[in-house]
Design a protein around this ligand. Structure first.
Ligand SMILES: Nc1ncnc2c1ncn2[C@@H]1O[C@H](COP(=O)(O)OP(=O)(O)OP(=O)(O)O)[C@@H](O)[C@H]1O
Ligand SMILES: [Mg+2]
Length: 366
């Protein structure tokens, strides 16, 4: 219903200008409908110097409103039917979710060729920037911060999977979509790929979207979407947070290796200290590290049915890294898993052959 109202809004620009005030009062969402003039002024006409970054669907600009509030404006590239749908889905989804670990939507603008989404600006940028980008050398993410970011992002996902109504599968969990506020609290961003899952539906089959290296095998191969695809991506993210390794690494001779392949022999040999990010200079809690890695291994199980729910992940993360450590259930390998392993190997090989998205941020850090 809200989706329909939103589409009408897109179709009838002039009408919408007049309707804005009325609509704002009617909706109980705390979003604003911005004017183009306001956003052009805030971003200095989308000046190159204001550009924070660029993603698959457009560029993100830093701005300051006339009230002095810092904002991030995502300017969608072009209005193909597909992008139009992404925009509508993102606004619809973001408008209804509110949680301390999800990036808040401030508002949007839709008119002519322009589709702009306005978010809270996150002064500490993304995890990607801290793990592999321009901020990596500053090593601002000490061990406790990494652990609280992992728990925060997991709690954001618990909200999407279990508390939002209808449930939401993110489908693009990755380091650039975990933003950090002034206190380094995690905010999961980018619901442009999200699909709203009706009650009682266990999974949907759909076109594969998402980012290589983070894709669950059943999603990449058969397009099967369920909450456990996000659990898989979250497992990859956990490994990335503790090791600062990329989900897929290029080795000499052009061979590519994913992070699970890299971590597995270390875990088998009990070489946990080889896994942790060397930039931490040994300042980490070994027991917590072991817990996190075991949780990540459970999350990246080939068989989606063997992966935990995000509720369990949060419980284990809190239990495993809190004072009263809870034991994380051990892995039990069954013949059933071999079937998945065969296919899993195949998808690993396929993902490794494809081009890795560039994450050398040539982007300005404000
Ligand atoms: N609200 C925000 N505050 C600060 N930085 C942001 C904000 N929103 C996005 N960014 C940063 O801008 C950059 C581009 O984001 P964008 O979401 O467009 O692309 P992406 O996440 O890299 O890829 P994808 O298009 O697949 O989501 C990323 O580095 C992201 O972390
Ligand atoms: Mg993003």
């Amino acid at each position: 219903m809200q989706f329909k109202c939103f589409s009408c809004f897109l179709c009838d620009k002039e009408q919408s200008e007049i309707q804005n005030e009325k609509e704002k009062k009617k909706r109980d969402y705390p979003w604003e409908i911005y004017t183009l003039k306001e956003l052009l002024r805030a971003t200095n006409n989308f000046h190159q110097d204001n550009k924070i970054g660029e993603g698959g669907f457009g560029s993100v600009y830093w701005g300051r409103t006339s009230k002095g509030v810092e904002i991030a404006v995502k300017r969608l590239k072009m209005m193909t039917a597909k992008a139009e749908m992404e925009f509508a889905v993102e606004v619809e989804v973001l408008g209804r979710v509110r949680h301390k670990n999800l990036l808040g939507l401030r508002g949007f603008y839709a008119g002519g060729e322009e589709r702009l989404i306005v978010y809270d600006y996150m002064p500490n940028h993304s995890l990607l920037n801290h793990l592999h980008g321009q901020l990596a050398k500053d090593c601002l993410l000490d061990w406790p911060r990494r652990m609280s970011i992992a728990i925060g992002a997991a709690e954001g996902l618990v909200y999407l999977h279990h508390e939002a109504n209808p449930h939401i599968i993110h489908r693009d969990i990755k380091a650039s979509n975990v933003l950090l506020d002034s206190e380094f609290e995690a905010k999961v961003a980018d619901f442009g790929f999200a699909k709203l899952i009706p009650e009682g539906v266990s999974h949907l089959t759909t076109r594969v979207k998402g980012t290589l290296g983070y894709l669950a095998p059943e999603y990449a191969m058969w397009g099967k979407v369920s909450e456990s695809c996000d659990v898989y991506s979250f497992g990859i993210l956990l490994l990335e947070i503790v090791s600062a390794k990329k989900p897929i690494e290029k080795l000499q001779g052009g061979v590519k290796r994913d992070i699970v392949q890299w971590v597995t022999p270390h875990v088998q040999k009990g070489n946990f200290t080889h896994i942790v990010d060397s930039k931490l200079k040994g300042r980490f809690d070994l027991e917590q590290l072991k817990s996190v890695i075991m949780i990540a291994i459970r999350c990246t199980e080939s068989n989606p049915e063997k992966r935990p729910s995000m509720v369990e992940v949060v419980e284990w993360l809190k239990g495993g890294i809190g004072r009263r450590k809870k034991e994380i259930p051990n892995l039990i390998h069954t013949n059933e898993d071999d079937k998945y392993e065969e296919n899993y190997g195949e998808i690993r090989r396929t993902q490794s052959k494809l081009k890795i998205p560039s994450d050398d941020d040539k982007l300005r850090i404000r």
